[in-house]
Design a protein around this ligand. Structure first.
Ligand SMILES: Cc1ncc(COP(=O)(O)O)c(C=O)c1O
Length: 401
C-alpha cells in the first residue's frame, strides 16, 4: 500500500536522510527498538542539529575548558535570551531576573511542586498527560486531579465549567498546564487559558505552565504563554521552556523556568544547592535561540507537511483510527479503539507492523487504546511507517473476513 508522495524540493536534505544512516545514531530513539523496527516513539527528531548549535559546541570543546563557567553569580546568558525570545515570538516581556536554569523540565516541575504544596494536596492537570508529570505528582504524595480533554468534532477541547468544578472539589493547590498539549497537540486559545486563569485565581493556585513544545506551533495557531495573560497571572505562574524539543537537544539537559511567584523564587534560593546547568547544554540552547531561527522555520515547515501526510493517510488508509491533526508538536495522538486491539495497540504495531509507537497507556487516564506517533522523521520514512501500519491492519482485516 503506497500513499501519495508530497513534492517538497526545498527539503531534499531532510527527505534524503537515509534509514541506514539513522540506524547508526547512538540515541535511544533508534537504539532501543528491536532491529528492523522503525521508531516513531520518543519525542526526539531525526533531523541534523542546527549548524549554529554545532559550531558553538565545537568552539567551546576546542577551548578545552570544562571547569565552572564564568557566569557572575551563576546567572547564565540564557535568562536574558529567554526574555528577549518571549518578547519577539510571543509578545510577552518577562523579567530576566525571574528566570532560573534547570537541567530538565520534569525535574523543575518536581522542585516547584515540592516548594509549593504539601502531601495530600490536589494537582490539576489535563488528561491524557505526559506520564512523567503525573508520576511526579504521585511520587510526591500529591493527588492527580484530572481535567479531561474531550474529543469533539472540531478537535480536542476541555469543558471549562467541568474543569473549574474539578479544581474546586479536588482540593487543588497547583495546576499544571501543558501548552501546547502533549499528547493531543492542542495550542490553547486565549479563551481557554482565561478559563483556567479564572479557576487559578479563585482557588489561589500556583500554576506551572509547561511550554516545552511552544516553538512547534503551526500557523494560524499561535502559542500564547499563560503568564502573558496579565501581570496578576504571571505572579502565580512558573513557565517552563527549553530548546530541547524544537531543536532536538533533549540529551543536553538544559531548560529554563520563569518563576513569576515571588515566594517560590525565595524558597528556591534557600535550597542548599540551587539549580545549575551544564555549560554545553546552556551554550547549545543559547545558540539555538539566538541563531537558530532559520533552521527552526525550515523544520516547522517540514513538520507541517508531515502532520498533513499523517492526517491524510490515516483518513484514507486507516479509517478505523480516529485522529485530529495537531496544532502544535510533532506528535499525532491516534485513537485506535475502533481497531478492536484492546488497550495496547502499540504492541500490535510493534509485533505486526514493526513500528515502535508510544503506548497510550503512558498518558493515562484517557490513553488506553491510543498510540502516539512521532512524525519528526524524513517524509519517505514517515510513509514507510504509515504503510507498514496500514498493511498490518489490512492483514488482520483479511484474516478476520
Ligand atoms: C510536555 C512535556 N514535558 C516535559 C517533557 C520532558 O522534558 P525533560 O526531558 O526536559 O524533563 C516532555 C518530553 O517529551 C514533554 O513532552
Amino acid at each position: 500500500m503506497t500513499a501519495a508522495r508530497t513534492d517538497r524540493p526545498r527539503y531534499v536534505v531532510f527527505d534524503q536522510l537515509d534509514e541506514r544512516v539513522l540506524r547508526f545514531r547512538p540515541g535511544r530513539k533508534w537504539r532501543a527498538p528491536a532491529p528492523g523496527v522503525l521508531p516513531a516513539w520518543v519525542a526526539d527528531m531525526d533531523f541534523p542539529v542546527a549548524e549554529p548549535v554545532v559550531s558553538s559546541l565545537r568552539r567551546y570543546i576546542d577551548m578545552g575548558d570544562f571547569g565552572y563557567p564564568d557566569w557572575p553569580d551563576g546567572v547564565s546568558p540564557l535568562r536574558a535570551a529567554f526574555a528577549y525570545r518571549m518578547k519577539e515570538r510571543n509578545g510577552w516581556w518577562p523579567d530576566p531576573e525571574h528566570v532560573r536554569e534547570f537541567t530538565d523540565v520534569v525535574h523543575a516541575v518536581r522542585t516547584m511542586l515540592e516548594l509549593s504544596t504539601k502531601p495530600g494536596d490536589g494537582v490539576a492537570i489535563h488528561t491524557p498527560a505526559h506520564g512523567p508529570l503525573t508520576a511526579t505528582i504521585e511520587q510526591l504524595g500529591l493527588r492527580v486531579v484530572p481535567l479531561p480533554m474531550i474529543d469533539t468534532p472540531d478537535g480536542w477541547a476541555f469543558d471549562a465549567d467541568d474543569c473549574a468544578r474539578r479544581v474546586a472539589e479536588g482540593g487543588c493547590r497547583a495546576l499544571i498546564i501543558v501548552n501546547p498539549h502533549n499528547p493531543t497537540g492542542r495550542a490553547f486559545t486565549r479563551d481557554e487559558l482565561l478559563s483556567l486563569a479564572e479557576a487559578a485565581e479563585r482557588h489561589d493556585l500556583v500554576v506551572i505552565s509547561d511550554d516545552l513544545h511552544a516553538d512547534l506551533t503551526y500557523a494560524p495557531h499561535r502559542h500564547l504563554p499563560f503568564a502573558s495573560l496579565d501581570p496578576a497571572i504571571e505572579a502565580r505562574t512558573v513557565t517552563m521552556y527549553s530548546a530541547s524539543k524544537a531543536f532536538g537537544l533533549a540529551g543536553l539537559r538544559c531548560a529554563v523556568g520563569h518563576i513569576g511567584v515571588a515566594a517560590l523564587r525565595d524558597r528556591l534560593a534557600e535550597l542548599p544547592s540551587g539549580p545549575s546547568v551544564n555549560v554545553l547544554g546552556m551554550l547549545a540552547c543559547l545558540a539555538a535561540w539566538t541563531e537558530g531561527a532559520g533552521w527552526l522555520d525550515t523544520v516547522v515547515d517540514y513538520l507541517d507537511a508531515n502532520r498533513r501526510i499523517v492526517t491524510e493517510f490515516v483518513a484514507e488508509h486507516l479509517p478505523e483510527v480516529h485522529h485530529h491533526m495537531p496544532e502544535a508538536t510533532y506528535l499525532s495522538w491516534l485513537d485506535c479503539r475502533g481497531l478492536g486491539y484492546g488497550p495496547d495497540p502499540a504492541s500490535f504495531f510493534r509485533d505486526h507492523a514493526r513500528v515502535e509507537l508510544n503506548p497510550g497507556s503512558g498518558y493515562n487516564p484517557g490513553g488506553d487504546g491510543f498510540v502516539r506517533l512521532n512524525f519528526a522523521t524524513p517524509a519517505p520514512l514517515l510513509h514507510k511507517i504509515l504503510d507498514r501500519m496500514a498493511d498490518a491492519v489490512a492483514n488482520t482485516r483479511r484474516k478476520v473476513s
